[in-house]
Design a protein around this ligand. Structure first.
Ligand SMILES: NC(=O)C1=CN([C@@H]2O[C@H](COP(=O)(O)OP(=O)(O)OC[C@H]3O[C@@H](n4cnc5c(N)ncnc54)[C@H](O)[C@@H]3O)[C@@H](O)[C@H]2O)C=CC1
Ligand SMILES: N[C@@H](CC=O)C(=O)O
Ligand code: NA
Length: 920
């Protein structure tokens, strides 16, 4: 027994690479192949490492066998330099397809792949395949087990054998099956020998490992080619180690040698001029004819290189998704499939982890302008995403400029700040060399031109080292005050918008930042290079998904998407829901506004939905599927919803306690709309706080229906004030109920009957005493007074109540209505007295802006006075202002009732949508 002692001065892995790369003279284990030499000298392979001793006979047997194993591929790839066959067809005829492991997962799927290939009407087809799903991992595992001296590699190899045998038996028959199985047997027996050597050596060189692993592709390619042949189409299979020549380019990457590969490909075709070729993905050879692989995403890369070599008209990458999404669909459920992308956009997106293509996959096809199409083999009807030079929908449209959004989490921002940085060359170099020295990866950099600070983002787990290095590097500058701080902001994320020409198209970043502002998201840093493809913003990580959804919906959904929560589905709330239902599709189509009611709560039950309640049956759903009402949970449901960036709560109750929450809701970034007068007519300090918050934020609060229902009262007043007019007096009939009562109390019906009619018609407050007492009018007077900048409390308004004192203490509205007839006579008397004087009774409210006071009272007006001309539930409001002094500006019309009031609230919702960016 002769011992073979191998002492390596290099670590085994490095030695393995060195051994592979160093050309050697042919040894007794080497063999001349054609004009080239197979130069792999196992005897001197230092990567066998350590002081391993292998018995001579066993060692030489293995060496001999292993060399032979590696040989077939090498033999085939030998090419005479001048022997260039011209068969390789050029032009548009080749169509290249690539099917990944999932597509090749089962015999049935391999058959479907065959069907897809046969269904392609291209003249010539080149099909690149990965190993059956999981096989590559199983093969790596074999190597791992063998080199860890784990005997069970033999069982694992057996499993792999069984898996392929079973698949082949399912898929093939006759001679082709026999041929495949015989090849499989022979390959497995060779692998057994190779693994045994690895087991004995306790180590596998990279080329041994690549050789073993590549069998997955060899088998899947053969099976598919036989399956295609079985369907009647002539088909060859190609071991791409015979043609695809690559050279290592460091950090686990390889560069294709196009010239050499093209020569070998032509040679290959000269021997097998087939119209359908199934080729192995992932595997290749070095110029020295050593089997290797294309590393990560190797099969896509194979397809792109081969596509380029045959000048394919298109490379189709088949996978299990419909195409490339506009955002991670796990985070944005409304993400859409993009129909086209430019090469650069695909490139940018893959950087951000979008499941597109590895950037290097794009390079080979990009240079020849060959489109890549990503398609779903399990959904052939989906057209997929085409990646090409000039996407057709890239027509200068603002929205087409942004293709997708992506995020990176777990980052920290480092901010280096100080006056001593400005104008000092070398500061940034010093900062980043310190960062480099600790091996941290800088993900974005931003420096304002004032030069007082530089900030950059690094992975959070690297920031402590970066910060420490910067403190050491700038110790003196910090001590001297030239630098004021090296600050670390943890918990950051990056949100990137990717799109061709985005950065050079006016308005895109405005839309982006506007969407973020409206979603109440604070931007911490911004970077946009001169590259046209990317705008990056840094945000708090907790805001990131919300931000992603906000910007995505702004660019990809309707222009304005609004999630609505309705509180109080009574008369007004219920009518509003029906109006929303009827108008939703028109709004979506004509105005690009998408309103989704995602919650309805009454006082006892609530109904919640993440994406929108079916409004055709909201009542039934609320009854059957509703849960016990809980306002806090209801609000949480709305604010936690990240699908819709804009949210509004519509308070259709008359409840003071509901109104007391508006401040908190606005603070949370939820817009508020209401016909409920309680907040604006409640305590002055609360009101002022609410309005101050509203004015200081991008969150909106609208309440047009609190005065005159749907009539444009608040908006008219605002228009006057905002354009510089001065309000002198606002006077009018503000109560639809009282207007109706006095318009219809003409002597034919009793007073209590007319009140009952008003209640029946839906004009009254839930408790009609609020109308008759004048409180409702007083509230409206207060609302208008405050809007006109008067600081009045409800208690400052003298009110003449029409509720008989005896009925003020009735415990319910019903009891009040029952007892009201006993006062009909008093009312009849008052009415006839006025009538006798040629006058009518009218209940009016006044805002006297000059004297800073308000009044609410029952007055008598001559029959020719405009206030005497009203009918139904009409309100009339006269604004006397500096500009409208001689003749007041008058607004008149029905000022109560379900449809008009709900219409007023709806109008506020649309006003909000337009504030949020909906087109006018
Ligand atoms: N009816 C009209 O013509 C006009 C009414 N308004 C205002 O519209 C609001 C609604 O009036 P209506 O629909 O006529 O009253 P309503 O009594 O028919 O409806 C109010 C609804 O709110 C619910 N509700 C009460 N407290 C609640 C709470 N804490 N949480 C959840 N739900 C609650 C009630 O169960 C009821 O379904 C009132 O503030 C009223 O002043 C404003 C202008 C005109
Ligand atoms: N009850 C009110 C309804 C509107 O605010 C009225 O009658 O005007
Ligand atoms: Na109004």
């Amino acid at each position: 027994m002769r011992s073979l002692a191998v002492a390596s001065p290099l670590p085994p892995a490095a030695a393995a690479v060195a051994a592979r790369r160093r050309p050697r003279a042919a040894s007794s284990f080497g063999r001349e192949v054609g004009s080239q030499c197979w130069k792999y000298d196992l005897g001197q392979d230092r990567s066998l490492g350590g002081s391993l001793r292998i018995g001579q006979s066993q060692g030489s047997l293995h060496r001999q066998r292993l060399t032979n194993l590696l040989r077939p591929a090498a033999a085939a790839i030998s090419v005479e330099q001048d022997e260039v066959n011209t068969y390789l067809p050029k032009g548009d005829m080749w169509s290249v397809h690539k099917f990944g492991g999932t597509c090749m997962g089962t015999p049935q799927r391999i058959q479907s792949v065959a069907d897809i290939v046969l269904g392609d009407s291209s003249e010539r087809k080149l099909v690149i395949v990965s190993a059956m799903s999981k096989v590559t991992d199983m093969m790596y595992n074999l190597v791992h087990k063998a080199q860890s001296r784990d005997d069970s590699y033999t069982i694992s190899l057996e499993e792999i054998f069984e898996k392929h045998m079973a698949a082949a038996k399912d898929l093939l028959d006759g001679e082709d099956l026999a041929r495949f199985l015989s090849q499989l047997h022979s390959d497995v027996s060779n692998l057994r020998a190779m693994l045994r050597a690895i087991y004995i050596a306790g180590h596998a060189t990279e080329s041994f490992s690549d050789f073993v692993v590549g069998h997955g592709e060899l088998w899947s390619a053969q099976m598919l080619s036989y399956a295609i042949k079985k369907s009647g189409a002539p088909c060859s299979w190609m071991d791409t180690r015979e043609v695809l020549v690559v050279k290592p380019s460091g950090s686990n990457q390889v560069d294709p040698d196009y010239l050499e590969s093209e020569k070998r490909l032509k040679k290959w075709f000269s021997r097998q001029p087939a119209d359908i070729v199934v080729a192995t993905g992932f595997i290749a050879t070095t110029a020295e004819n050593i089997p290797t692989t294309l590393k990560r995403d190797g099969s896509d890369f194979s397809a792109a290189i081969i596509g380029s070599l045959v000048r394919a008209r298109q490379v189709t990458i088949w996978t299990d998704v419909d195409g490339v999404f506009s955002a991670d669909p796990r985070k944005v459920s409304e993400a859409v499939i993009l129909s086209t992308l430019s090469y650069q956009e695909a490139w940018e997106m893959s950087y951000f982890g979008a499941n597109v293509l590895h950037p290097r996959t794009i390079i080979p096809v990009m240079k020849d302008n060959i489109p890549i199409v990503i398609r779903n083999m399990f959904n052939i009807s989906a057209p997929g995403t085409m990646i090409c030079r000039q996407p057709t929908n890239d027509n200068g449209d603002l929205d087409a400029c942004v293709k997708s959004f992506a995020t990176i989490d777990n980052l920290a921002l480092v901010n280096v700040e100080g006056t001593g940085m400005a104008g000092v060359p070398g500061t940034s170099s010093a900062i980043f060399s310190a960062v480099k020295d600790v091996g941290a990866n800088v993900i974005m950099i931003s420096q304002a031109s004032s030069e007082h600070s530089i900030c950059f983002a690094v992975p959070e787990q690297e920031v402590a080292a970066v910060s420490a290095a910067l403190h050491v590097r700038f110790r003196e500058a910090l001590a001297a005050g030239r630098l004021s701080k090296v600050e670390v902001i943890n918990g950051c994320s990056i949100l990137a918008a990717v799109g061709l020409r985005m950065a050079s198209t006016p308005g895109v970043s405005a839309i982006l930042f506007d969407a973020l502002a409206k979603a109440n998201i604070n931007v911490r840093a911004i970077a946009q290079g001169c590259s046209e493809y990317n705008i990056t913003v840094v945000l708090k990580q907790e805001d990131c998904v919300r931000a992603l959804r906000a910007v995505h919906s702004r660019f990809f959904l309707s222009k304005t998407t609004l999630a609505v929560g309705i509180i109080g589905p009574g008369l007004i709330g219920g009518t509003l829901l029906n109006q929303l239902k009827d108008q939703a599709s028109v709004l979506k189509e004509n105005m690009n506004i998408d309103l989704r009611v995602i919650g309805i709560t009454g006082s006892s039950r609530m109904l919640l939905s993440d994406t929108g309640i079916d409004l055709t049956q909201w009542k039934e759903l609320l009854r059957k599927e509703g849960e016990p009402a809980d306002l806090a949970n209801f609000v949480r449901h709305l604010s936690d919803n990240h699908v819709f960036p804009n949210k509004v709560l519509v308070d259709c109750t008359a409840d003071t306690s509901v109104a007391s929450h508006y401040y908190d809701w606005l603070k949370k970034g939820i817009h508020v709309i209401t016909p409920n007068k309680k907040a604006n007519s409640g305590p002055l300090d609360r009101y002022l706080k609410l309005r101050t918050l509203q004015r200081a934020s991008y969150t909106h609060y609208f309440y047009e229906a609190t005065v005159g229902a749907g009539l444009p009262i608040i908006s008219t007043l605002r228009g006057l004030l905002e354009t510089g007019d001065k309000i002198l007096r606002i006077e009018g009939i503000f109560s639809g109920t009282l207007s109706y009562i006095f318009n219809n109390f003409e002597g034919t019906k009793t007073f209590s009957n007319v009140v009952a009619e008003a209640k029946e018609a839906g004009y009254t407050e839930p408790d009609p005493r609020d109308d008759l007492s004048g409180t409702d009018v007083a509230r409206k007077v207060i609302i208008l007074a405050r809007e006109s900048c008067l600081r009045l409390e409800l208690s400052n308004i003298p009110v003449k109540s029409l509720v008989p004192e005896a009925l003020a203490s009735c415990s319910s509205a019903d009891e009040f209505m029952q007892k009201l007839p006993s006062f009909d006579e008093d009312w009849a008397k008052q009415r006839s007295e006025a009538e006798a004087a040629g006058e009518v009774l009218r209940y009016v409210g006044v805002v006297d802006a000059v004297n800073k006071e308000g009044q609410v009272e029952l007055r008598r007006y001559k029959k020719d006075h405009p206030f005497a001309q009203l009918s139904g539930s009409d309100n009339i409001i006269a604004f006397t202002t500096s500009r409208y002094k001689e003749q007041p500006l008058i607004v008149r019309g029905p000022g109560a009732g379900a449809e008009v009031t709900a219409g007023g609230v709806f109008c506020d919702i649309l006003r909000l949508a337009s504030y949020l960016g909906a087109p006018s």
